[in-house]
Unconditional design. Structure first.
Length: 71
């Protein structure tokens, strides 16, 4: 795959608190990842973590194999 990679800084506390309601995840340690991806206008999240399936309404979550097949 020929992809551009962009590094993003850590979320501020305010960003995390302001946007956490968009992502109701069981594992609260996953929320910063979803919020950061959303704020940085990512197209999707690639992960094997099934918790991220709950982000589909706001941000699609795919397994790495699905990403390869789709994109």
């Amino acid at each position: 795959m020929n992809n551009e990679i962009e590094l993003a800084g850590l979320l501020t506390r305010e960003e995390r608190l302001r946007h956490r309601a968009l992502f109701r995840l069981h594992d609260l340690s996953d929320q910063p990842h979803a919020v950061s991806a959303y704020l940085n206008k990512c197209e999707a999240i690639a992960t094997y973590d099934r918790h991220f399936q709950k982000t589909k309404g706001v941000l699609p979550a795919y397994t790495p194999e699905e990403v390869i097949a789709i994109f």
